[in-house]
Ligand binder design. Structure first.
Ligand code: NPW
Ligand code: FMN
Ligand code: PLP
Ligand code: K
Length: 474
């Protein structure tokens, strides 16, 4: 079969925008010579939509989602997205007024019913949608839409339209996320009369369609991470790379200014009560630290280290915790660095851990000493050889003329130790241990009424030390 030569339009950042015919042709190629099945593509498309929603509309505050599904594959994407949203912790409900008897759709409905996801008729929707929903997913029509919307979708769509200049909240219309095409829009020309849907978010699938150029909402994402190079080359598709393992990628920048003052998280779901907490703060730390590791938090051992110089000028930076026990908390660094200079002249410090997903913070304060050289040797030699050489190369915190200095010295040392012989620990590299006098555990709670338990080491005579625990006001 001859390869169709497609003229497609390029948008900002050289992203390809497809016409209706091109979208259908890509679809055909994926399910023809590329061997995809429709349920595979629909599953990936629906997962992309759910992932994009979760990136923008966190489950806290947006859990009540209404997914309105149309009769075609766009509606199928909506059914799949609803299932993934359910597993992400959302409480989706579905309005699916025009069902088809094709087995793939029946399967999707059965899957949702088995999860207890409710199906509502259009009549069951409240007159003010915001009374019951935080978010609407518009999965009515995709790239095969023609003409003007027919019943029952015309009246459903009408309920989501916010006339220009009017406030969606006042009209009781929640934020709308459109799948692939804002439903009712011309697939290429968009909302020509400016009387249609104005979604807050658009998740384009495979590649954006021409109408997406007219999208003015704050969140435009691309999903459908399944386009093989064969298709991209065949249609000269320019698509942005997906970050890491993500199923979706933001296209363009959010075009609304970020309201920094409004950024906040409500801390719910955990508590720290006296009867649950250990009497020994190191045991309590171990419990929370183990939990942070179990929960797969990123760098659970990353902590802020605050020091002050002799004049009391404070400074703080991140370091990695490399061990803790009844004696204290250990990290490693360069003994000629700024932090080390602070600590050698003013040997007191404070540490802060923040385990965001658990809504937990731990603060530690106390005097600091270098760890014995043997302990530093042992840790140094447990590090990857590249990092051992890195420590030899870096005169930490000193000004250098350029990166090339580091690279040149690094290469020289790599060659010198290429035989695998042990790399000696630089004498100016080693550990510090903070001996805790105060440890505070902070558990975020609702309405900013957090739990704070502070342990203070109280010395009674020279040999008798006990931890005193007090609750602090949030
Ligand atoms: N790689 C890809 O391509 C992938 C594509 N995917 C998804 O598929 C979508 C395209 O799906 P699609 O082709 O099934 O059509 P879609 O747009 O859902 O609607 C057609 C239905 O709507 C109806 N209808 C039409 N006009 C109407 C009107 N005025 N008023 C009322 N009804 C109207 C029409 O009915 P009919 O006109 O036949 O009566 C038909 O039943 C695409 O946008 C994307 O979301 C992903 O799942 C996977 C990867
Ligand atoms: C997550 C993270 C962990 C870090 N861990 C260490 C560490 O364990 N030791 C270290 O010397 N620097 C570490 N750094 C770099 C320090 O933050 C800092 O840039 C460096 O130690 C120089 O600090 P100073 O000039 O205040 O001495 C880390 C940085 C980050 C972001
Ligand atoms: C300069 C420096 N030293 C030491 C460390 C501690 O890490 P590790 O000993 O695990 O290599 C870090 C971590 O980021 C670092 O940036
Ligand atoms: K849609």
């Amino acid at each position: 079969m001859a390869t169709p030569v497609l003229q497609h339009s390029q948008g900002p950042d050289s992203i390809s925008y497809l016409s209706q015919a091109q979208a259908a042709s890509v679809d055909e190629a994926l399910m023809g010579e590329l061997g995809f099945s429709i349920d595979q593509l629909m599953e990936l498309a629906g997962l992309s939509v759910a992932s994009a929603i979760a990136e923008v509309y966190g489950v806290q505050g947006h859990s009540r989602v209404l997914v309105i599904c149309g009769p075609g594959n766009n509606g199928g994407d909506g059914l799949v997205a609803a299932r993934h949203l359910y597993h992400f912790g959302y409480k989706p409900r579905i309005c699916y007024p025009k069902r088809t008897s094709k087995p793939i759709y029946q399967g999707l409905v059965t899957q949702l019913e088995s999860l207890g996801v409710p199906f509502l008729s259009a009549d069951e929707l409240p007159s003010r949608l915001t009374d019951e929903f935080d978010l609407i997913v518009d999965a009515m029509f995709g790239f095969s839409f023609h003409g003007i919307p027919r019943p029952p979708f015309d009246s459903l769509l009408h309920r989501l339209v916010v006339p220009l200049g009017q406030n969606p909240k006042e009209l009781g219309v929640p934020a709308v996320v459109s799948v692939d095409i804002p439903s009712g829009w011309h697939v290429e020309d968009g909302d020509t009369e400016c009387t249609g849907l104005r979604p807050d978010m658009l998740v384009s699938l495979t590649a954006p369609k021409l109408c997406a150029k007219k999208f003015e909402g704050p969140h435009h994402f691309l999903g459908g991470r399944f386009v093989p190079p064969a298709i991209a080359n065949k249609y000269s598709l320019q698509l942005p790379p997906y970050p890491g393992t993500s199923m979706c990628v933001r296209i363009g920048k959010p075009n609304q200014p970020v309201d920094v003052a409004a950024l906040r998280v409500n801390y719910v779901g955990f508590e720290l009560l006296e009867e649950q907490a250990h009497g020994d703060p190191i045991q309590q730390f171990k419990e929370w630290f183990d939990e942070a590791v179990r929960q797969d938090l990123p760098e659970p051992n990353a902590m802020t280290l605050a020091t002050a110089n002799q004049d009391g000028r404070p400074s703080a930076r991140m370091v990695l915790l490399k061990g803790f026990d009844e004696r204290g908390f250990v990290w490693y660094t360069n003994y000629d660095s700024e932090k080390a200079s602070d600590l050698l002249s003013n040997p007191k410090a404070s540490l802060v851990f923040f385990w965001e997903r658990l809504h937990r913070q731990v603060r530690v304060e106390g005097p600091v000493e270098k760890v014995p050289p043997q302990e530093s040797d042992e840790y140094f030699h447990s590090r990857p050889r590249g990092s051992q050489i890195g420590a030899m190369v870096s005169m930490q915190s000193s000004v250098i003329p350029g990166r090339n200095v580091l690279e040149k010295n690094y290469e020289g040392l790599v060659a010198r130790y290429a035989d695998g012989s042990p790399i000696p620990r630089p004498t100016n590299w080693g550990g510090f241990r903070l001996y805790p006098k105060v440890i505070e555990f902070w558990q975020g709670r609702e309405s900013r009424l957090h739990d704070r338990l502070r342990y203070r080491l109280v010395e009674e005579g020279t040999s008798n030390q006990t931890w005193v625990r007090e609750r602090l006001s949030p």
